[in-house]
Design a binder for this molecule. Structure first.
Ligand code: ADP
Ligand code: ADP
Length: 232
């Protein structure tokens, strides 16, 4: 089965004159263990699609699945549980808690879910993220690239069904951005993690193994094994 799937999804905001159709009949399948980028112009529906797939926003019509779970059948409590147990998030602004160390930030989703960290897996994630002794530092003592790698480790440590990354390199220079993208790609190659990334950056998209293009709320194209030249 797919890690996540949208099936004939429509999303309409507002009513009457103020109505905005953000998604029109969108169907996408996110294969397990793949790194998918969603691209498209501003306002094309990228964030809306990600939010609907992640259970952060409801759909107007159609179906969304994460693993075997049909999201349209869930109430708010069910959606919160799904996000905590099956989904990881990476944001443009890192969203680390400033009073916690890097290590405490990474372990936070497990703590909230009342789960014990698998020590061997935690060590693997820590080794991959390459922070060394900076694990005991707070976010303000880390560079942007290091903070985003902490956020990546936090998303990965609970082994979610899908990680959703919303413009993860939007606040980084190209070198730090490359490190973050390499970490994401490596977690797909080495650990079979499924990742969906929204980006408007062709270089970032070229780290994915599939790109889906949105325009005006519809999927207009898709590309396997993209290179930056082919995405542009
Ligand atoms: P993108 O992420 O590609 O920039 P969005 O998904 O943010 O696009 O937006 C798609 C369309 O839906 C846009 O026309 C946007 O203005 C509209 N939209 C997004 N969120 C809301 C909202 N909460 N209320 C009303 N309209 C919205
Ligand atoms: P909590 O009570 O733990 O804050 P939430 O339902 O607010 O529960 O959040 C559950 C998960 O969804 C968290 O991992 C959080 O990071 C993510 N999340 C919540 N709101 C948003 C949002 N607007 N955009 C992206 N992710 C969000």
């Amino acid at each position: 089965a797919a890690a996540a799937r949208a099936d004939g999804v429509w999303k309409v905001y507002g009513t009457g004159e103020a109505q905005v159709v953000a998604l029109r009949e969108v169907s996408v399948e996110l294969q397990r263990g793949r790194f998918t980028a969603i691209m498209g112009p501003s306002g094309s529906g990228k964030s809306t699609l990600m939010h609907c797939l992640a259970g952060l926003d409801s759909v107007t019509r159609g179906q969304v699945y994460v693993g075997d779970t049909q999201l349209t059948g869930l109430n708010d409590a069910g959606l919160t549980k799904l996000r905590r147990e099956k989904v990881g998030f990476i944001f443009q602004q890192f969203n680390l808690l400033p009073t916690l160390t890097a290590e405490e930030n990474i372990l936070l989703p497990l703590a909230i879910a009342g789960r014990k960290p698998d020590r061997a897996w935690f060590q693997t994630v820590i080794d991959t993220v390459g922070l060394g002794d900076r694990l005991s530092h707070r976010p303000s003592q880390l560079s942007g690239g290091q903070q985003q790698r902490v956020a990546c480790a936090r998303a990965l440590v609970s082994r979610p069904e899908v990680i959703f990354a919303d413009e993860p390199t939007g606040n980084l220079d190209s070198r730090s951005g490359g490190e973050v993208l390499n970490f994401l790609r490596q977690s797909v190659i080495d650990h079979g993690q499924t990742i969906v990334m929204v980006t408007h950056d062709a270089t970032a998209a070229s780290f994915a193994d599939r790109v889906i293009f949105l325009a005006d709320g519809s999927v207009v194209d898709s590309l396997d094994d993209p290179t930056a030249e082919r995405v542009l």
